[in-house]
Design a protein around this ligand. Structure first.
Ligand code: KG4
Ligand code: ZN
Length: 384
C-alpha cells in the first residue's frame, strides 16, 4: 500500500508518503523548535499556531516529492494524467498539477497521529487528515504516536536519496521495545502487530523530559537532549566532579524514575558560582545516569522475556551514547539479540513511522469517528 502519513503531535509538522510500511517515497518535517528555544520550552499555543501555518505546505511538498521517486513508467503515467482525465476540471491546469493529482490518486490511505500530544497541535493534523479523507475519498487510519515510534524500525529505505539504512530485513517478533520520548518512557513486549503488553515505564518524568529539564538548569538550549549530548561529547568524561543517582536500578521491576535527577542537579549546582565552567561535566554525568538505567532495565527485560529482537525508539533513541552503550552491553553480556535502532532522523518525530505503523496495523475508521486524544497511552487502541 502507499500511505500518506501526517504527524502534528507537538512541535514538528510532518508528512510522508511511505510504500508497504518500509520504503519512504517522501519525508518532510517542519519544526518550530527554534521558536521554543527562545522561550526555553514549548508554549502549546505557539506550537499549534505554527502547525496551522505549516500543515498545507508540508503535505503539498510530501506529495510532490513522492513523484520524484517513482519509476519511469509511473512518472510517464503521472505526466499523461491530464490527458487521461476529464480536461474540463478547473483544477487540472498544468502538467505539474496533473502529476500531483496522479500522486494523490495513487495514495491508498491516510494515517494520522491522534495522540498523545498537545491538543492544539494534534487537532491541526487530525482535522486536516479528516478533511482530505472526505475530499479525496481515502480511508483514514488513526495512529497512536507512541506505538508508531516503534515502527521506525520497520523502515529500511529512503528512495529519494537512494539511501538504504537497514539490510537486515523486517524485525522478527516478539520483541522488547523501549520507547523513550519527550513525554513518555515505556518498556513493552510487542508480541505481534496490535498485540502489546506494557511491562514498565516511568513513574514521574520521562527520559527526554529529564534531559530537557536538566539542560535548562545548566543554561543549555531547548531541546535539552541534543544540547546535553553535545556538551558531554566536548567534555569526554574527563575530571568528573559529580555523581548522579541511578534511580530504581536495583529494583526488581521494569519501572523508571527520573524526577530525582533534576532535584539532585539543583542541589549540586548550588555548590558552584559559574555554571558555564561545570556544564560539560554535569552534562556528561546526566547522560551517563539516564543511559545507564535505560540500558540495564531494558536488557533485564530482554533476558526475562527471551525475545529474539530489541527495538529502540523515540527521540532519546537518537542519543549516540545510548546507542553505543546498548551495543557494548549486548556484546559484553554475549546476548543473542537482534538489536535495532532507527537512524537518528527517524527517531525524532516524523510522519514516516506514522505511515509505517498504519500499514502494519491497518484499521481504517469512518472519518467522522476520528478524534484527537491528547492523553492516549501506549496501551490504548488507536482505533475508535
Ligand atoms: O520523540 P520525540 O521527538 O518527541 C516526543 O514524542 O516527545 O522526542 C523528543 C525528546 C526531547 O526530550 C529531546 O530532548 C529528546 O527527545 N532528544 C534527545 C536527543 N534528540 C532528541 N535526547 C537525547 N539525545 C539526543 N540526541
Ligand atoms: Zn515522539
Amino acid at each position: 500500500m502507499i500511505i500518506l502519513g501526517i504527524e502534528t503531535s507537538c512541535d514538528e509538522t510532518s508528512a510522508s508518503v511511505v510504500k508497504d510500511g518500509k520504503i519512504i517515497l517522501s519525508h518532510v518535517v517542519a519544526t518550530s523548535q527554534e521558536m521554543h528555544a527562545k522561550t526555553g520550552g514549548i508554549i502549546p499555543e505557539n506550537a499549534a499556531r505554527e502547525q496551522v501555518k505549516s500543515i498545507i505546505p508540508v503535505i503539498e511538498t510530501a506529495i510532490s516529492d513522492s513523484l520524484q521517486t517513482r519509476s519511469a513508467p509511473e512518472a510517464r503515467q503521472a505526466a499523461d494524467y491530464s490527458k487521461n482525465k476529464a480536461v474540463d476540471s478547473p483544477l487540472r491546469k498544468s502538467d505539474s498539477e496533473a502529476s500531483r493529482l496522479w500522486a494523490v490518486d495513487h495514495i491508498d490511505a491516510i494515517a494520522v497521529t491522534i495522540g498523545p500530544g498537545l491538543i492544539g497541535s494534534l487537532l491541526v493534523g487530525v482535522e486536516t487528515a479528516k478533511t482530505l479523507s472526505y475530499v479525496w475519498k481515502k480511508p483514514i487510519v488513526p495512529v497512536n504516536h507512541l506505538v508508531a515510534h516503534i515502527y521506525a524500525n520497520f523502515i529500511c529505505e529512503f528512495l529519494k536519496s537512494n539511501f538504504q539504512f537497514s539490510k537486515k530485513g523486517e524485525p522478527k517478533l516478539p520483541a522488547i521495545a523501549l520507547v523513550v520520548s519527550g513525554g513518555h518512557t515505556d518498556l513493552v513486549l510487542l508480541k505481534d502487530h496490535g498485540n502489546i503488553k506494557w511491562i514498565g515505564g516511568t513513574r514521574d518524568d520521562a527520559a527526554g523530559e529529564a534531559f530537557d529539564k536538566t539542560a535548562r538548569l545548566l543554561g543549555l538550549p531547548y531541546p535539552g537532549g541534543p544540547s546535553i549530548a553535545q556538551a558531554a561529547s566536548l567534555f569526554k568524561g574527563e575530571k568528573q566532579i559529580m555523581r548522579a543517582p541511578r534511580p530504581m536500578l536495583d529494583k526488581d521491576n521494569f519501572d523508571f524514575s527520573f524526577s530525582g535527577l533534576k532535584t539532585h542537579i539543583v542541589r549540586e549546582l548550588a555548590k558552584y558560582q559559574n555554571i558555564v565552567e561545570v556544564s560539560g561535566a554535569f552534562a556528561w554525568e546526566i547522560q551517563e545516569a539516564i543511559t545507564d538505567v535505560l540500558v540495564a532495565k531494558t536488557l533485564k527485560a530482554v533476558e526475562k522475556y527471551k525475545v529474539p529482537t530489541l527495538l529502540l525508539a523515540g527521540g532519546v533513541a537518537a542519543n549516540t551514547r545510548l546507542r553505543e552503550k546498548f551495543r557494548l552491553e549486548i556484546e559484553n553480556c554475549k546476548l543473542e539479540i537482534d538489536f535495532r535502532v532507527p537512524p537518528p532522523w527517524l527517531c525524532t518525530d516524523n510522519a514516516s513511522y506514522i505511515a509505517a505503523c498504519a500499514e502494519y496495523n491497518y484499521k481504517p475508521v469512518p472519518w467522522k469517528k476520528v478524534s484527537a486524544n491528547p492523553s492516549l497511552t501506549i496501551m490504548d487502541k488507536q482505533s475508535a
